[in-house]
Design a binder for this molecule. Sequence first.
Ligand SMILES: *Cc1c(COP(=O)(O)O)cnc(C)c1O
Length: 398
Amino acid sequence: MPILATTPTLKISSHELSQIRQLTELKSSSGSHSPSLTTMQESLPDINVAIDACYLSNPLATDLFWKFFNSDVQMDDQLFRRIVEAYPAQNANIAERLAPAIGVDSSRILMANGATEAIQAIIHNYASHLHVNVPTFSPYYEFATPGHQITTFQSHKEDGFALDPVQYVDSVVKSGADAAILISPNNPDGYMIPRGDLNWILDRLSYLRTIVLDESFLHFGLDAPPGVLPSLVSVTEAYPNVSIVKSMSKDFGIAGIRAGYAVMAPDRVKELLDHGYLWNINGMAEYFFLLMTRRNFITEYLGVLREYRGAVSRFTARTANADYVTAYPTSANFQLMELPPGLPADLITTLMLVRHGVYVRNCDDKIGLDGEFIRVAIRTEKENHQIISALEDVISSV
Ligand SMILES: *Cc1c(COP(=O)(O)O)cnc(C)c1O
């Protein structure tokens, strides 16, 4: 809904109106991804972003990374110089060291410069017709080339965005696609496919050339045995057409480092590495992946994850009872919320930003969302209180 058409009836100052105009312009020049914080602060210096609840990272894990990095740099004063000066290890070499932490043989691992790079590799090499559930993470259809065909399966807000396995499989089969994309928990709605449904789906779709199973948010939704990182990588052994895609950006709070990987059939990894991806893991990402092989880092990370998941459930317990938005149940570290009738998402997100410095995601550009939606990243306990107050305040004031 265009905000400026609705503003005359709403209580907004002329200064706010000009900020709204500037932000709308900035957003439209950033395509389907939100402008980064730096970009926003450069273009609109009078807006002070106090809380970034747009990007979806675990802030406690960023603190943990920072603690380990600082202590390692202190113990070895050449560490950072080496990271900058030297070539990082090669893709397959990092995969080999990381394999025990991931829990599969290294021949199945393609290290990636962010999961986005793995998504691109899979779509460009092992798919020609993609069947995508919508709403979804947009690169899954944006990375399709003019030679790709795309069809969609719609999940519905009335069902809490649940994926009906029978309808889904039926839709994949009828589409004629050779590749299906599943994200669990899904971005932007947070729905996690139950394990029984997932196995059923993978069995029925074993005829496909490729199934992408993106588990970038799985740490927030799945309980694993003590000491173990939640993951579905073992399914790639039973189903050779499945590629697991994993971003480290969200659960480890390190989006800037660009670290991710995919787990898939060894012949595919070999083929991809034979033709590229040699030094795609930069020195900082290599440092991070080595941290993942350290027992004490994983133990502390799992502690931080437990604490953060506590904050996530306290947040969702509060929003579940809210009468000012419809908050959808989530298994991830963010929540999709539908605004009351007549309140456009771009207006609410902009007012939260200019009045409270709280940056949340306006979902206007998400295909497959029918209504006015925002997506709120869940953060620290203290920030979550501020996010909820900002939301309540803005919605009650317009
Ligand atoms: C953010 C995201 C990614 C990509 O993350 P990278 O930063 O490229 O590692 C992949 N899949 C989903 C579902 C995401 O939300």
